[in-house]
Each structure stands twice: as structure tokens, then as C-alpha cells.
Design a protein around this ligand. Sequence first.
Ligand code: PDD
Length: 287
Amino acid sequence: MSRIVYVNGRYVPYGQAAVHVEDRGFQLGDAIYEVCEVRGGRLIDEARHMARLDRSLGELRIPRPMSAPALAHVMREVIRRNRVRDGAVYLQVSRGAGPRDFYFPGPEVVPTVVCLARALSPEVPAARALSGIAVKSMPEIRWGRCDIKTVMLLPACLAKEAARKEGASEAWFVDGEGYVTEGASSNAWIVDDQGTVITKPLGTDILPGVTRATVRDVLQKEQISLVERPFLLSEAQSAREAFITSATQTVMPVIRVDGRPVGDGRPGPVATLLRQKFHQFAAISDI
Ligand code: PDD
């Protein structure tokens, strides 16, 4: 079965799917995206992802390319045509294609919409969650609007590549004062000695993670205390537990930070519980 991709109103074979060479997403990073988990043939936390997509478009004044029901239909159609039961759906909207110019184009330029679905075996993250992952810290070199989910991911690529070279699978950005902002593609969390969960408050310096929002719901229901405050890298290294959250990994325990074990160097009980409970609290919609 060949993969099918949605590009600007058409469902085309993967190998033929293309956008214009002067697409602003390609030339200027002038595009936003969403990644939504597909699990058991269903979409996870779709409404929150779509609300964030809408917010990203609004913040960048990219015109909405189509109605919310039409976008929902495109995502479902791509998932269905690719027979993805477990994996992720990727939706990208750029400001469109036009002669390269820093100024926004006129209304004749319409947004580019691309949607792909990819099957990912759930056993892979499940196995990683049992062993936990290592993270490596990196100086925060990103821009001042990390709350917008743009495709400007070069700092994240550089950070992840550097992490991989040292046997770590995620990078944590650390700001000038030593505070962890977030992961290259995830939000960052620790658990202190009292069992309190700590994560950075939302602001322009981190992405408002959809998984983060759902994990907050789980914490509340499970009556686990949460404090939203910045935490230092050194706190993470002496924390009882650490973990990351993202749509593709849900809750992933962190067992090493810059080579130093976190807690006893094994996935902790809070991260493990949150991972187990996550899908009971996430919104699940049919395809
Ligand atoms: N990344 N922070 C950053 C910088 C991210 O790129 C992501 C997600 C998150 C977590 O957000 P959410 O829980 O909504 O997935 C936080 C996606 C998965 C990606 O780029 O592939």
C-alpha cells in the first residue's frame, strides 16, 4: 500500500507530494504545525491540538485555510487512507507561496496545507518508557515566541543531534539563569523529595503542550500536587524523578540528565502512573 499525503486540496501519492519552491514555509520558516497522536484508530486530544493550531495561526496572522470541520475531515481522510491505527498525524499550514519577500503577501497568496499520517508501533515508546531515557542540556538559543508552534525547528534539530551523539534521546534547553525551559520537542517536568510535581509555567518561552495540559488534569484527579515554577538544571539532577511529555511520547520517564542519574536511575512511580493513566483522561475522538 502506498502512502497518501494531502497537499492543497488533493490526496496524492507520497512520492509525488510537493509544495512550491517559493513556499514561505520552505524559504522563511513562515509556517505552523501540529502533531496529534493516533491510538487504536482514534485521535487523541484533537480539540486541544486544533485550538492551538488556531492560536498559532492567529498569532502569526496567517489566514485560516479552511473551516475547523474541513480540517478535521482532512486529518481523518489522511489517517484512513494510510490505514494508520497507531501513530501520528502531522498538519502544517504555511502562509503560502509567492516571490520571496519579507513582507506578508497580499490576499492573492493563499495558505499551503499539508497533512501526513505515519504509523508508529506503540511497542517502541512502551519499551523506552520501561527503561527511561537520558537527556542532555543545551543552552537556550531559540527565539522569544516558543509558544507558537512554528516549523522553525533548527535549534531543536541541533540540540537533539548533539544529545544523540552523547547517547541521550532528548535535549533540555537551559536559559541564561540555569533554568530548564523545555525539551527540544517536549515539555520538561521533575518530582521533588516531597513528591510534588514541578513544571515551568506557560509563557512565551515554552510551547503550551497539549500533553502537558492533559497531564495537569491527571495530576488534579489523582490529587498529586503540582507547582508551576521554573526549575534549575541542578534541581533536575537531584530530583526524585524527571519526565517529559509530548503527543508522540505521552509521558516518558527521564533517568539521566547530562550523564547523572535522576533518583535511583530508574523510571519513577509518578511518571509511570501518569503514563498509565494518561489515555483515561485524554479526549478521544473517532475517525
Ligand atoms: N513536539 N515543546 C516543544 C518544543 C515541542 O516541539 C513539543 C511537541 C512539545 C509538547 O507538546 P505536545 O504535548 O502538544 O505534543 C513541547 C511535537 C510532538 C513534534 O514536534 O514532533
